[in-house]
Write a protein that binds this ligand. Structure first.
Ligand code: ADP
Length: 324
């Protein structure tokens, strides 16, 4: 049985596999903070979903021995939500805001003085009527904190916001070797018996993404249990992934739908985002943030001024796919 007792989310930098460049830099920044007894500069973690941005933020907190409060821009609706969070932070705490590119301009403005001067402007008194004479705007001091913002769309951050971050780290898709290590590590924690070759087979189908690798490991394990295999070797992993309809290179149903539309319906493009979004009935954000980054990395598509274009490798992939 899968044991969920221990989380597969790494808690220390040394357990975080891959992203060597990012880890190397973070180690230095964290050590420097510890030696100088200062708070870490505000940090941006950017990269496609599931690559470990939240995990890294919690690791930074644990390495620094500080608390972390985790929130996400879409759930911060009112000024009070953000001000409440900022004023509750203790010295050195970390505030993690996921999808920070989705903050409203009003909330973004609150962050400017909070990040730079550690102050927030609040209106007190006047009851519900802000215009009442007794209402007063005051500047509150807040404790020195570190803001860690995660984003899948760094290009969407405004210049005033991005300029207030001292550290910007970009996470890239993982190579197969790192994903294999992640799968072997998760297997150990979850009590799943898997060989190196089995793990490599799953890694090849994981779209360079640890979240997908861990999810596939669990689904392959389900398959292995049903087929009474007590170890996931290459053959079992291969059969299970076929059963799950996960194509080579990790092309899943959603990516396949997108590619087929781009290649067959729109003659390889160029086609605009709105048009393809309508054609495959998928949200534009899902297309830009979930489907396209990996296809760009594989060299299957290109984004041009005129729209999306499918490259010959994508056509070849589809032809092979249809023939197997
Ligand atoms: P993001 O915030 O970028 O969407 P998460 O931090 O939530 O991604 O990571 C998704 C999952 O993948 C986590 O549950 C974590 O267990 C796993 N994971 C991510 N990066 C790594 C890594 N480098 N090593 C091991 N596991 C990882």
């Amino acid at each position: 049985m899968i044991s969920e007792k221990h989380s597969i989310r790494p808690l220390k930098l040394n357990d975080f596999i891959g992203q060597e460049e990012v880890k190397k830099q973070l180690k230095v920044f964290i050590e420097a903070c510890k030696i100088q007894g200062k708070t870490l500069d505000h940090t941006i973690l950017s990269g496609p979903p599931g690559l470990g941005k939240t995990t890294l933020a919690t690791i930074i907190a644990s390495e620094l021995g500080t608390n972390i409060k985790i929130t996400s821009a879409p759930v911060l609706e009112k000024k009070g939500d953000l001000v409440g969070l900022l004023t509750s932070l203790k010295e050195g705490d970390i505030l993690f805001i996921d999808e920070i590119h989705r903050l409203t301009p009003t909330l973004e403005e609150i962050l400017y003085s909070a990040m730079e001067d550690f102050k927030v402007d609040v209106v007190v008194g006047g009851g519900s009527n802000r215009k009442a004479r007794s209402a007063k705007a005051i500047r509150l001091d807040i404790n020195k904190f570190t803001l860690i913002g995660a984003t899948t769309r760094i290009g969407m951050l405004s210049t005033p916001l991005i300029s207030r971050f001292g550290i910007i780290l970009n996470l890239d898709f993982y190579d197969e070797k790192s994903l294999k290590e992640i799968i072997l590590r998760s297997g150990k924690i979850l009590n799943i018996n898997i060989t190196e070759e089995g793990a490599l087979e799953i890694a090849k189908h994981s779209k360079g993404t640890p979240r997908i690798a861990n999810k596939l490991l669990k689904r392959v394990y389900d398959y292995a249990v049903i087929h009474k295999k007590d170890v996931i070797d290459r053959e079992t992993a291969f059969d299970a992934l076929r059963f799950l309809s996960i194509g080579k290179d990790g092309i899943d149903g959603l990516s396949l739908k997108y590619l087929k539309s781009l290649v067959y319906q729109f003659n390889c493009g160029p086609v605009g985002l709105n048009t393809i979004s309508f054609a495959i009935s998928e949200d534009k954000r899902t297309i830009e943030e979930v489907i396209e980054p990996y296809l760009l990395k594989l060299g299957f598509i290109k984004r041009t001024a005129k729209g999306r274009v499918a490259l010959p490798t994508a056509v070849e992939y589809l032809e092979n796919y249809e023939n197997t």
